[in-house]
Design a binder for this molecule. Structure first.
Ligand code: TRP
Ligand code: ZN
Length: 553
């Protein structure tokens, strides 16, 4: 897997104008398809999405495969061609043959009635319906202590992670570990055996049922590659540093972990970079420690967090105190040269929080902020407690439609996705449809697009959707049906229940499940409890059907 061009080239786009808007890649733009179509149509500029929206009427042509948002908007592969969902050109096929990483010590090895226990052949899985190879259901991680030294000039990652696990039933622990070069593993401070099988790291012996501390020392070369869901994920090298994009399955390409959203944990990061550079991770900056030609930056995340929400940046960054919104500290991060330019975006945060809190309930996490990295346009990711954006999408000046849409979408994820996290990747609409709907609400609030117009237009486009919102296929996981196509489901629910009950459902959902991972069935349960009636027919019609009614309830 080759790193993205160090200057981020090959994947550039101008973000603000309709005119000459190139093919944009990156998922933030998925949410934009419809609103942009409207914006650009209003401005008298035809875009591909506008053409699609215009033709999205009965009898009109259905969007072609290349118009599908996931394919269109995915980050490109490193050769510059758009990545195709379902194809992972850069991903090495997992090996089915075990690759021993260390010679088992005498007396260990395959289970043997006489000898001490060795690793068994059990395939670890969190039981995900789209990514069965991810995670391990027998592990419950309490905390990750990540210590990484990164040198942008060599792109070498020198890593250590100490993972505290709750008592688990088996005599082995299985982590997801990509193709990392694992040097050593210690369990409770004592050298353990380990073996890498495909992308799994099998560790033994462990005493079942006890709390354990698993310490993995490893190395890796910065690399990003296509996920099975069609997006590029992993550790991206930039001209002067790096950033990570983990969703859905990229974390274990640079960090041994239980790489599944059903297992949230607390995190501490200790990142060492050459002196003069800054390292940024989720949470609060607790220490900046000078070393021998290096600086170590220590960050702590105190809200439970899934692996896919990790933020890790290195480079020429400045950490900016954005004051407080009520009790919520705002901490922003920008490339040092960009700090002043980005101020207008930081300034929107307070207004958006003030708008969302009455609708969704109090901001659910310890802190918030924006981090703006050097990357391709269209990148926007709700990294926990500080959303990640590309400087290509935030050119400075008064925020326009695209910026408002991206900023509100990622902020809303802090309630929907980060505080309450999907238990299975097929529950992704609980993130993307909600964040997309929140952006509709914001764009309506600031007078850019009236909500009813957006909702009607998107329902018309949704008639050409290719699958239900609630049952995604892997290759189209981040497709239209999860984004604006799924916001339609929420608008329909609002019509079905009325405004008061609808927002009570959203608030109850977050209040009752903050800090946990939940399924769509759990959400249906909350909705039925608040509405005090069965909603089976409603969800069968709107969430689980490929073809939707052509009018709202
Ligand atoms: N969750 C992101 C969003 O809200 C989309 C996303 C998923 C993404 N995986 C990604 C963006 C990888 C960039 C790279 O829009
Ligand atoms: Zn999103």
């Amino acid at each position: 897997m080759a790193p993205i061009a160090a200057d981020g080239s090959g994947v550039r786009s101008a973000a603000v104008s309709c005119q000459g808007r190139p093919r944009r890649r990156g998922l933030g733009t998925v949410a934009l398809a419809v609103v942009l179509a409207a914006a650009c149509a209003d401005a008298g500029v035809e875009t591909r999405s506008a053409q699609r929206a215009a033709s999205a009427e009965p009898g009109g042509p259905a969007p072609s495969a290349t118009d599908a948002p996931a394919a269109d908007d995915s980050p490109s592969t490193t050769d510059g061609s758009p990545s195709t969902p379902g194809q992972a050109p850069n991903e090495p096929a997992p090996t089915s043959t075990p690759v021993p990483a260390s010679a088992p010590a005498t007396g260990s090895g395959p289970p043997d009635a006489a000898g001490p226990p060795g690793p068994n052949d059990d395939l670890a899985s969190a039981g995900d319906s789209l990514f069965p190879e991810l995670g391990s259901s027998t592990i419950d991680v309490q905390s990750y202590d990540v210590r990484i030294a990164y040198d942008p000039s060599t792109q070498e990652i020198d890593g250590q992670v100490v993972i505290d696990l709750n008592g688990q039933p088996s005599e082995q622990v299985v982590l997801d570990a990509g193709d990392l070069r694992v040097d050593a593993v210690l369990v409770d401070g004592i050298d353990a055996q380990f073996e890498q099988r495909g992308e799994e790291l099998v560790i033994w012996p462990v005493t079942p049922g006890r709390q354990l501390s698993v310490d993995v020392r490893y190395q890796d070369q910065a690399d990003d590659g296509a996920s099975a869901a069609g997006l590029n994920v992993g550790w991206f090298a930039t001209a002067t540093g790096s950033y990570v994009l983990n969703e859905p399955d990229g974390a274990h390409s640079w960090l041994p972990s239980n790489d599944h959203p059903s297992d949230k944990a607390l995190w501490r990061f200790e990142i060492t970079v050459p002196a003069g550079l800054t390292a940024v991770a989720n949470g609060a900056l607790v220490e900046e420690r000078p070393g021998d030609g290096t600086t170590t930056w220590v960050w702590e995340e105190s809200d439970p967090m899934a692996t896919y929400l990790v933020q890790l940046l290195t480079g020429e960054y400045t950490v900016i105190d954005g004051g407080n919104y009520g009790v919520v500290p705002l901490v922003h991060v920008a490339l040092t040269d960009d700090a002043a330019l980005m101020q207008p975006y930081f300034d929107v945060t307070d207004d958006q929080l003030a708008f969302f809190e009455p609708l969704f309930g109090p901001y659910p996490l310890e802190r918030y902020g924006l981090a703006i990295t050097e990357s391709f346009g269209g990148l926007a990711m709700e990294t926990q407690g500080r959303s990640l954006f590309s400087r290509d999408d935030l050119p400075g000046g008064e925020p326009g439609v695209i910026e408002h849409n991206l900023l509100s979408h990622e902020l809303a994820h802090q309630w929907f996705g980060n505080a309450v996290t999907p238990a299975d990747w097929s529950d992704l609409w609980l993130n993307e449809s909600f964040a997309s709907y929140a952006a509709w609400l914001w764009l309506d609030h600031i007078g850019i697009f009236p909500l009813e117009q957006t909702a009607e237009g998107t329902l018309a486009t949704r008639q050409y959707g290719s699958e239900s919102t609630g049952e995604p296929t892997l290759g189209n996981l981040f497709g239209f049906e999860r984004y604006d196509g799924g916001a339609v489901v929420l608008h329909a629910l609002r019509r079905e229940l009325g405004d008061e009950a609808f927002f009570a459902v959203l608030q109850t959902w977050v209040a009752d499940n903050d800090g946990t991972s939940r399924t769509t069935d759990d959400f249906v349960g909350t909705a039925e409890q608040v509405a005090d009636r069965s909603l089976t027919e409603f969800f069968d019609t709107w969430l689980y059907a490929t073809d939707l009614p052509d009018g709202y309830p």
